[in-house]
Every structure is written in C-alpha cells, then in structure tokens.
Design a protein around this ligand. Structure first.
Ligand SMILES: C[S@@+](CC[C@H](N)C(=O)[O-])C[C@H]1O[C@@H](n2cnc3c(N)ncnc32)[C@H](O)[C@@H]1O
Length: 287
C-alpha cells in the first residue's frame, strides 16, 4: 500500500516533469532520442515482443519508444502513460506523424492510476520508472495491470560512479551552481534502482517473480556535436539533478557553468561524436 494519498503522490516529480525538466526534454528531444535508442532496443529485445501483444509504456515521455513498440507488436496495441502533459504533446504529434493507429496515450501517474486489471502482456520502460516516491506501490499497480505471466522489462542506470555521462556535469559545475547534496540512495532520481539487491527486493515485494538484472548498454553517444557549450546546456537543463539550479541561476553563473562543463566534455569528443560511459541495468521479471 502506498504511504501517500493518491492526490499527493509524486506531486514534486509531476511538477518537475511538467514545468522544469519536461520542456528541456522537449527542446533537446532529438539529441536524447538518438542517445537513448540503443538502451530501449536492448529492453525490447530482452522482452521478446510478439505480434498482437498489448504493451504498457511506463513514463513514455516524448513517445519514441511507444511508436517503436507499436511497430513491433502491430496489430497489437501500446498505451503510453506519462505524468507530463508537456512531453505527451510531443508524443502525440510523433504518433500522428508515424500514422500509428494502435497507440493510445494517457496523462496519468503510473503509481496511482487505474491502469486496467490484467490488461497488458508486457510493461516496458526506458528510464521512466525511477521517479516514484513509493516504488513498491507503483510496481504493485503496474503488476496488477499485467495478465498472469505478463512480462516486465525496463532499463535504468547503475551506480553513479559508473555514470560520468550523468554525473560529470554536476560534479564540474557543482561549486559554480552551488548544487545541493545528491538525492538519497533509493529515492526518486536517475539512480533510484542502481542497487541490484534493493531493486530485486522492491520488485518481489510488488509481486514480481524471477527478477533478473543484467548489464545493459554501457555508453551514451551524441552525434553531430559541433558546439560543446550547447551540449553542456542540454545536459544541465535535462538532468533532474541539475536542471532546477541551473535554470534559475543568473546569466553570469550559467555562462561560467557552461564553459567549465564544455571544457570537461572535450576529451570525450572525437570528430562530432561524443561518447561517455553510462552503465545501465536491463531489469526483467514476470507476474
Ligand atoms: C527520463 S524520462 C524518460 C522518457 C522516455 N521513457 C524516454 O526514454 O524518452 C522519464 C519520464 O518518466 C515520466 N514520469 C516520472 N514519474 C512518473 C509517474 N509517476 N508516472 C508516469 N510517468 C512518470 C516523466 O514525466 C518522464 O517523461
């Protein structure tokens, strides 16, 4: 059971993904779609999706995975659920452009929304499940939406020490921006499920069996990087751990932070491609 009244659950995250981080994801969508693509493919391949299956895309964001899942299970159906109306608007436009008739989007909190009992064969997520304030309640809700024997598959980040793509901008700009302490281990953040033991326990408590974590893609690559300052901006704006502080800083502070991060990124660029370590887990389980 959730410790949070439904109306209060994930209020802070809903606000952040609608009014702070969400618009940054929309602005930099093509950059992140390209970098995240191999991570999403790794989960889809692990799930062994079949034609005609019904799939729930949890925290579907701007819908790149929803459109791809719909193509993989066609004529099956995909429902993309996200808490951010800002990001869902891009997702809906993307699905329209793709002409995908087997997609529905819902603006809803995956932790508390009525998702439909035993409705889906598969629950999928690419980096969209690490922001729940009560993960057991959220995954219990997701488990309830799966038919018996339904599969869960998601990708999430491993330990911060193995993820310079995410941590380096904050480390470099930390003093300039006067960033606060990192989020607590296990709390809502990109690293919520970094600890394999804790994550396995959490999913078992939510009703999942045969929980497995295996190494996923271990890098993040950006192509067409002409301007490292622009990339630094996108990294600082889009990361939930730095966005608020960066976007509310004065211009002089922002300029100093961007210059410092751009300089630190330079060794990771070859030609116009920037590649950095970004270790992930592919997590699978079933009901
Ligand atoms: C890191 S983004 C990933 C977006 C997308 N899955 C992708 O790979 O492009 C995290 C997404 O999770 C969504 N999210 C966070 N908390 C959520 C919740 N409680 N219910 C539904 N979506 C949520 C955010 O709005 C955001 O779109």
């Amino acid at each position: 059971m959730s410790n949070y009244p439904a109306a209060m659950a994930n209020e802070k995250m809903a606000n952040m993904w609608n009014s702070v981080v969400g618009p940054a994801w929309v602005d930099h969508a093509s950059n992140y779609d390209a970098g995240l693509e191999p991570h999403g493919h790794a989960v889809m391949d692990a799930l062994g999706l079949q034609s005609s299956e019904r799939v729930l895309d949890v925290g579907c964001g701007t819908g790149a995975t929803t459109v791809e899942l719909a193509a993989r299970v066609d004529p099956g159906e995909v429902v993309g659920v996200d808490i951010s109306s800002t990001m869902l608007q891009v997702a809906r436009d993307r699905a329209d452009r793709a002409g995908a008739a087997n997609i529905a989007f819902r603006e809803a909190d995956a932790q508390t929304a009525e998702l439909g009992a035993a409705t889906f064969d598969v629950a999928f997520s690419r980096m969209g499940v690490m922001f729940f304030d009560d993960p057991v309640a959220a995954f219990t809700n997701i488990a309830g939406s799966l038919r018996p024997g339904g599969r869960l598959g998601f990708v999430c980040f491993q330990d911060p020490s193995r993820n310079p793509y995410l941590t380096l901008p904050g480390m470099i700009a930390g003093d300039i921006l006067q960033l606060g302490p990192p989020p607590p281990p296990g709390g809502p953040s990109p690293f919520a499920f970094a600890d394999a033991t804790r994550t396995t326990d959490m999913l078992q408590r939510a009703g999942f069996a045969d929980v497995q974590l295996v190494d996923g893609v271990d890098y993040f690559e950006n192509g067409d990087v002409d301007d490292l300052g622009e990339l630094a901006r996108s990294m600082l704006e889009q990361n939930p751990m730095t966005n608020q502080t960066f976007s509310t800083a004065d211009t002089e502070t922002q300029t100093a932070a961007l210059a410092a991060v751009a300089e630190a990124l330079a060794p990771f660029r070859s030609g116009t491609t920037l590649r950095m370590d970004a270790a992930t887990w592919i997590v699978t389980a079933h009901t």
